[in-house]
Design a protein around this ligand. Structure first.
Ligand code: CA
Ligand code: CA
Length: 102
C-alpha cells in the first residue's frame, strides 16, 4: 500500500519533470528561431573595424556604401554619431537597414 502510493507519486513527478523539460526544449527552440534568423545575423563586430564596439559612419560606409548620413542618423537613435549593438539590432528589426547577404 505504502509502496504503491510512493511509486505513484514518483511516476507523477517523473511526468511533471518530463513536461517541464519538453517546455524548456520548446522554449529554447523558439529562442534559436528568433535570434538565429538570418535577417538579424549582423552584429556590431561585423562592421566595427577599429574595435571600439561602435559603428561610425565611415565604418558603416564600408558595408553600406549607399547609406547617406541622414540614413545613418536614423539608425543612430541617441544621436551620438555612433551606432551601438542595440541601435543596430533595432535598425535591422525595423528594416532601416538590411543585413548583407552572407
Ligand atoms: Ca568602431
Ligand atoms: Ca548611437
Amino acid at each position: 500500500m505504502l509502496i504503491s502510493a510512493a511509486s505513484r507519486r514518483m511516476g507523477r513527478l517523473a511526468l511533471l519533470k518530463e513536461s517541464l523539460e519538453m517546455r524548456r526544449a520548446a522554449l529554447a527552440a523558439t529562442f534559436v528561431a528568433l535570434f538565429a534568423a538570418p535577417a538579424f545575423a549582423l552584429t556590431v563586430s561585423d562592421v566595427d573595424t577599429d574595435g571600439d564596439s561602435l559603428i561610425s559612419f565611415a565604418e558603416m560606409a564600408v558595408l553600406y556604401p549607399e547609406m547617406t548620413e541622414a540614413e545613418f542618423a536614423a539608425v543612430d537613435a541617441n544621436a551620438d554619431s555612433m551606432v551601438d549593438e542595440a541601435e543596430l539590432s533595432a535598425a535591422l528589426e525595423a528594416e532601416l537597414i538590411a543585413a548583407p547577404a552572407q
